[in-house]
Design a protein. Structure first.
Length: 289
C-alpha cells in the first residue's frame, strides 16, 4: 500500500477545543480531505507552533466526512502539547494525514481495549463498527481504562455485557448512542466503573462467553506499553488474534527518516519496521513475541 497517495496536507482551522480534567483536551479541526480518507487506527501529524518545526503525532478519535472535520483527544505531556492546548477556535494548525496502517476487523466479536490517550482509535473503530455492525452481524465490546477522570461524562448503560456485575454500568455516552456496548475500568474508585485493569474486565467477559462464541473474538488495543503487553498475553492465553497500535517518537511521520523503527518478528526473523507507515497498528504477536 502506498500511503503517500492518501496523506494530505491541510491548514486546519480549530472548530472546537474542550478541556477535560487531567490535562486532557478534545480538539476538533476542519480538515475535509483527511476526514474523507481516515480509517480507525490512523493518526494526524500536527505542527503545533511555528517555534516547534517538528510535528506531533495524535490519533484520530472521530471524523465527519460530511461536515469535513476530524476530532482528536490528547493529553498535555510537554512543550508541543502545551502549545496545542492554547489554540482557540479560528486558529489554524498544519495537519498532515491521515497517516499509518489502520485496524483490520475480520471477526464477529471484536473486543476493543483503549487505555488513557489510547482511547481515541477505539472510539473511532467503535463508530465504524456501529455503522457496519448490523449488516455484518458484528457484536463488538469496548473496554476503556483511565487513571484520571475520563475525558467524557460517563452515563449508565442499558446495553448488557456478559460477565460484568450489574452495578458496573458506566459507559461512554457516544458509544451508548451508537448501540455499542462499553464498560469502563480504573484502579481508582469511580461510580459504576470496574475497579482494576482493563484486562481483568476483558477476562471476565471472555470467561462468560460460550466456547464457540469465544472463538469469534479478536482483540484490538491502544494504550501504554505495559497495557498492550498484558492484552497480548491475554490473547495468547485464549489463543485469539490481536492487533495493537504502538506509539514511538517520530520525526517525519511519513516513512522517510527511520526515526520511529521498532523490532518486530517476521516470517524471516526479526526486522526493523517504521511505526508511522508500517504501523502504528501491528499484529500483537509480532511485537510481543
Ligand atoms: C501514532 C501515535 C499516536 C499518538 N496518539 C496520541 C493521542 O491520541 N493522544 C495523545 O495525547 N498522545 C498521542 N501520542 C503521543 C504524542 O504524540 C506525544 O505525547 C506528543 O508528541 C508529545 O509532545 P510534547 O512536545 O508535548 O512532549 P515532549 O516534550 O516531546 O515529551 C514529553 C513527554 O512525552 C513523552 N513522549 C513524547 N513523544 C512521545 C511519543 N511519540 N510516544 C510516547 N511518549 C512520547 C516523552 O518521553 C516525554 O516524557 C501519539 C503518538 C504516536 C506515535
Ligand atoms: S517518523 Fe520518519 S520514518 Fe517514521
Amino acid at each position: 500500500m502506498n500511503h503517500r497517495d492518501t496523506i494530505f496536507l491541510e491548514e486546519a482551522p480549530v472548530l472546537d477545543h474542550r478541556a477535560w480534567p487531567g490535562d486532557q483536551f478534545v480538539l476538533r479541526l476542519e480538515a475535509p480531505k483527511c476526514a474523507r480518507a481516515a480509517r480507525p487506527g490512523q493518526f494526524v501529524h500536527l505542527t503545533v507552533d511555528p517555534l516547534l518545526p517538528l510535528r506531533r503525532p495524535i490519533s484520530i478519535q472521530r471524523v465527519s466526512p460530511q461536515e469535513g472535520w476530524v476530532e482528536l483527544l490528547y493529553k498535555v505531556v510537554g512543550k508541543g502539547t502545551a502549545l496545542l492546548a492554547e489554540k482557540q477556535p479560528g486558529d489554524r494548525v498544519s495537519l498532515l494525514g491521515p497517516v499509518g496502517r489502520p485496524f483490520e476487523v475480520n471477526h464477529r466479536r471484536p473486543l476493543l481495549i483503549g487505555g488513557g490517550v489510547g482511547m481515541p482509535p477505539m472510539v473511532f473503530l467503535a463508530e465504524q463498527l456501529s455503522a457496519q455492525g448490523r449488516a455484518d452481524d458484528l457484536e463488538p465490546l469496548v473496554i476503556l481504562g483511565s487513571e484520571v477522570p475520563f475525558p467524557f461524562e460517563p452515563q449508565d448503560s442499558l446495553l448488557p455485557v456478559a460477565g460484568v456485575p450489574r452495578d458496573l454500568v458506566a459507559t461512554h455516552p457516544l458509544l451508548e448512542s451508537w448501540g455499542v456496548p462499553c464498560r469502563l475500568a480504573s484502579t481508582r474508585p469511580m461510580p459504576g466503573v470496574f475497579r482494576g485493569y482493563v484486562t481483568d474486565l476483558a477476562r471476565a467477559w471472555l470467561e462468560a462467553l460460550e466456547p464457540e462464541e469465544r472463538k469469534e473474538v479478536a482483540l484490538f488495543a491502544c494504550g501504554p506499553h505495559p497495557m498492550l503487553e498484558a492484552v497480548v498475553a491475554l490473547a495468547r492465553e485464549y489463543d485469539l488474534p490481536v492487533q495493537v497500535s504502538l506509539e514511538e517518537f517520530m520525526a517525519c511521520g511519513v516513512g522517510g527518516c527511520a526515526g520511529c523503527v521498532v523490532e518486530v518478528q517476521t516470517e524471516t526473523g526479526p526486522a526493523m519496521q517504521r511505526v508511522c507507515v508500517d504501523g502504528p497498528v501491528f499484529d500483537g504477536y509480532r511485537v510481543f513475541a
